[in-house]
Design a protein around this ligand. Structure first.
Ligand code: KIV
Length: 292
């Protein structure tokens, strides 16, 4: 695999570019982002796809699952990411309850995301009726990424935050959902938390790029949550998370050092402030003396 040119030198990532990357067996790198600085970091790191995941419900908004996040909250996060991003493909998660009711609801929500945030594509979870929603959104001209296996929006219904497809029958259901999403026109699909053996068996039957998270090494690419891989989020990490940094400790250390210096008087020093000519300062004192 060739080294990536410096960020900024690359043309924007397109659906065709991702398909060509799969054809070349060149791994696709996807990461989540939720705001302007995280988008700028993803841009500088040269990733291929940025997902404004509804995982932002937990990582940046403090909810205890992805379910409560609203369309308006996701629109704010996605718009901020758009402002920090120019090269990677920008995908936004449609939140729980914003697309399941009807094809009309799904298309209207997807159109809001594209019009109001400038995202390139949307992601929706599950097979079943979601396949129809995917087909309708694609027919409306908006690219769709599917998501099968562990689908956090419906975690209660699938038995919790646990790996899926661990029996042949369950794995076949996951595979059928992926095939149906491909047939519906999805440009890519996420496999979350399924055994590597299932991925190995299913991959030869998928022509669209598959992005894995806890789905083994055979997928066309990988995705991790920004806060997990950088060690910012304090929650219990899933088995598939690899931490590449411990920024939470570094941030606590930085803020603690600042707090200690404010309390000791070590901060601020003269170089951190602004000065005034002595004669102006003297004049100010005179003026203040005249004040009632
Ligand atoms: O919301 C999210 O971050 C996701 C990824 C884990 C794929 O859906």
């Amino acid at each position: 695999m060739s080294a990536r040119p410096a960020a900024g030198a690359r043309p924007p990532v397109t659906l065709a570019a991702l398909a060509a990357q799969k054809a070349r067996h060149e791994p696709i790198v996807m990461v989540t982002a939720y705001d302007y600085p995280s988008a700028q970091i993803a841009e500088a790191a040269g990733v291929d796809i940025v997902l404004v995941g509804d995982s932002g419900a937990m990582t940046v908004l403090g909810y205890d699952s992805t379910v409560p996040i609203t369309v308006d909250e996701m629109l704010v996060l996605t718009s901020a990411v758009r402002r920090g991003l120019s090269t990677p493909l920008l995908v936004a998660d449609l939140p729980f309850g914003s697309y399941e009711v009807s094809d009309e609801q799904a298309v209207a929500t997807a159109q809001r995301f594209v019009k109001e945030t400038g995202c390139d594509a949307v992601k929706i979870e599950r097979g079943g009726t979601t396949v129809d929603r995917a087909r309708a959104i694609v027919a409306a001209g908006i690219p769709v990424m599917g998501h099968v296996g562990l689908t956090p929006q419906t975690a209660v219904a699938i038995g919790g935050y646990r790996s899926q497809g661990r029996t042949a029958e369950d794995a076949l259901a996951v595979a059928r959902s992926a095939f149906a999403l491909q047939d519906a026109g999805c440009f890519a699909v996420v496999f979350e938390a399924i055994p590597g053996e299932v991925t190995d068996a299913v991959m030869p039957r998928l022509q669209i790029p598959v992005i894995g998270i806890g789905a083994g090494a055979a997928t066309d690419g990988q995705v991790l949550v920004f806060h997990d891989l950088l060690g910012i989020y304090d929650g219990h990490p899933a088995r598939f998370v690899k931490r590449y940094a411990d920024l939470r400790s570094a941030m606590i250390e930085g803020v603690s050092a600042y707090a200690a210096e404010v309390r000791s008087g070590a901060y601020p020093q003269p170089q951190h402030g602004y000065g005034m000519a002595e004669h102006e300062a003297a004049h100010l004192r005179e003026l203040l003396d005249e004040e009632p």
